[in-house]
Design a protein around this ligand. Structure first.
Ligand SMILES: NC(=O)c1ccc[n+]([C@@H]2O[C@H](COP(=O)([O-])OP(=O)(O)OC[C@H]3O[C@@H](n4cnc5c(N)ncnc54)[C@H](O)[C@@H]3O)[C@@H](O)[C@H]2O)c1
Length: 380
C-alpha cells in the first residue's frame, strides 16, 4: 500500500497545470512509496478554480489560500503563484508543518528568500524549489559527465535564455496576464525569471558563483498598468548580460532578454573543459552535444547524443530507446525525486537553501548593473 499524500496546490495557471500533470502521472511511471492525492486547488477566480478542479480531478477548490494552509488534511502545499506571494504562503505553510514545493524564483530578493529558508529550517519541513530544467535527462546527463571528470578542469560556462514576447510597447504591465512586467509582483525581470534557471543549473553543474559584473537594460521604460489603468514607469530589467567567476576558477558568461526577435524560449548552455565540451539547447532538449578530445583525430568531432537509452537519466522510466520525452516530464521527474527523498528522509535538490544561493547571485547581478561595478556574491 502506498502512503497517500494530500496536495493543496495554489495557482491554476501555467505552472499549476505542469505540477498537476506531474502529480497525476508520477505513480504510473515511478515506483514510489508515496501517492499524491489532488485534494484542493486554489486560485483567484471561483469559476476558473472550479473548472480546473473538474478538469484535473481535484476533490475541491477554493479562492482563499489560507484555507489550504489551515486544512489539517493537507500534507503538502504546492506554490504556483506570482513571485510576490511565495514568501507569505511558504512561511505560513512551514508554520503549519506542511511539505512545500515552491515555484522559482524562490522570492522577490535574497533577504526575503532568507526568511523563507529560516521558516522551513525552524519548522523542519521538507522543502523544494521547482528549477525543473535540471531534470531534463540531457541536462542531468551533462551533470553526470562533469561529475565523472570527463571534462577535466572546466574553463568556461556560458548560458543564454532568449525570448521576444515583450518587444511591443503596447504590452501592459501588471494584472494576471502580465504580472512578470510589474516589478512589485515579479521582483525583477529576466534576471529572476529566466537567468535564475540558468544560474541554478550552472551552479549545480559547476559549483558556486563568487563574483559578477552585469549590465541590464529596460528598453520600454513606461507601460500601461493593468490594475491602475495608468501609464507607469517599468521597474523590471528587460535584458541582462553578466560575466562571472565561479569558485572553481572557471569563467561564466550569461545573457537573457525578452527582445531577441525570433526566439521564444531559447535556453542554451555550453561548457568547455580541458578534455571535453558539452552543449545543450532547450529547443532540441532530448539531445546533448558532446566533444571528446580523446577521440581518435580522424573521427573527432561534436557528437549529438540522443538521450533516450535506458541507462541515461530517468529514461528507463519511460518508453523504449529512441523514443524521446519532453518539457512536461521534467516536472514529473522533480515530483518523483521529491517523493523519493521523502521516503528516504533525504531532501531532494534544490532545497530552499540552495535556491537562496541562486537568489543571492540574482541580487548581486542587479546590484552590479545598478552600481556599474563587480560585486561579490553573498554565500547562502
Ligand atoms: N519552472 C518554470 O520553468 C516556470 C515557468 C513559468 C512560471 N514559473 C513560476 O511559477 C509561478 C507562477 O507562474 P505562472 O506562469 O504559472 O503564472 P500564471 O499567471 O499562469 O498563474 C498564476 C496563478 O496564481 C493565481 N493567483 C494569483 N494571485 C492569487 C491569490 N491571491 N490567491 C490565490 N491564487 C492566486 C492565479 O489565479 C493563477 O492561477 C511564478 O513564480 C513563476 O516564476 C516557473
Amino acid at each position: 500500500m502506498k502512503k497517500k499524500l494530500n496536495v493543496g496546490l495554489i495557482g491554476y495557471g501555467f505552472m499549476g497545470r505542469t505540477h498537476s500533470n506531474a502529480y497525476c502521472k508520477v505513480n504510473h511511471f515511478f515506483d514510489l512509496d508515496y501517492e499524491p492525492v489532488l485534494k484542493v486547488i486554489c486560485g483567484l477566480e471561483e469559476k476558473d478554480a472550479k473548472a480546473f478542479s473538474e478538469q484535473w480531478g481535484y476533490e475541491s477548490y477554493t479562492t482563499d489560500w489560507h484555507k489550504v494552509i489551515e486544512d489539517d488534511n493537507i500534507d503538502q502545499v504546492d506554490i504556483c503563484v506570482p513571485n510576490n506571494m511565495h514568501a507569505e504562503i511558504a512561511i505560513a505553510a512551514a508554520k503549519a508543518g506542511k511539505n512545500i514545493i515552491c515555484e522559482k524564483p524562490l522570492a522577490l530578493d535574497g533577504p526575503q528568500a532568507k526568511t523563507m529558508v529560516d521558516a522551513v529550517e525552524k519548522a523542519g519541513v521538507p522543502n523544494f524549489v521547482s528549477f525543473n530544467y535540471r531534470r531534463v535527462p540531457a541536462v542531468t546527463l551533462a551533470k553526470m559527465l562533469i561529475d565523472e571528470g570527463r571534462l577535466g578542469k572546466i574553463f568556461h560556462y556560458r548560458a543564454n535564455f532568449l525570448q521576444d514576447w515583450t518587444i511591443s510597447a503596447n504590452v501592459p504591465q501588471g494584472g494576471m496576464a502580465t504580472w512578470r512586467l510589474d516589478v512589485k509582483a515579479a521582483g525583477s525581470g529576466v534576471t529572476g525569471d529566466l537567468l535564475a534557471h540558468c544560474i541554478d543549473t550552472a551552479m549545480w553543474q559547476n559549483g558556486q558563483i563568487g563574483s559578477v559584473c552585469a549590465m541590464t537594460e529596460t528598453f520600454v521604460k513606461k507601460r500601461m498598468h493593468v490594475e491602475t489603468g495608468k501609464v507607469e514607469d517599468v521597474g523590471i530589467d528587460d535584458a541582462c548580460t553578466f560575466l562571472c567567476r565561479f569558485d572553481n576558477g572557471s569563467l561564466g558568461n550569461f545573457e537573457s532578454t525578452r527582445y531577441a526577435r525570433g526566439h521564444k524560449a531559447l535556453y542554451t548552455f555550453e561548457i568547455n573543459g580541458e578534455k571535453a565540451s558539452i552543449a545543450w539547447d532547450l529547443h532540441d532538449l532530448h539531445r546533448l552535444s558532446y566533444f571528446d578530445h580523446a577521440d581518435e583525430s580522424i573521427v573527432r568531432g561534436w557528437r549529438s547524443v540522443h538521450v533516450t537509452d535506458g541507462d541515461m537519466p530517468y529514461m528507463d522510466k519511460w518508453w523504449v530507446p529512441g523514443l524521446q520525452i519532453g518539457y512536461e516530464h521534467t516536472f514529473v521527474h522533480q515530483v518523483a525525486d521529491f517523493l523519493e527523498g521523502l521516503a528516504k528522509g533525504e531532501p531532494a535538490s534544490p532545497t530552499f537553501k540552495e535556491a537562496l544561493a541562486t537568489q543571492y547571485v540574482c541580487d548581486a547581478v542587479l546590484a552590479s548593473a545598478k552600481d556599474k561595478e563587480w560585486k561579490t556574491v553573498k554565500k547562502a
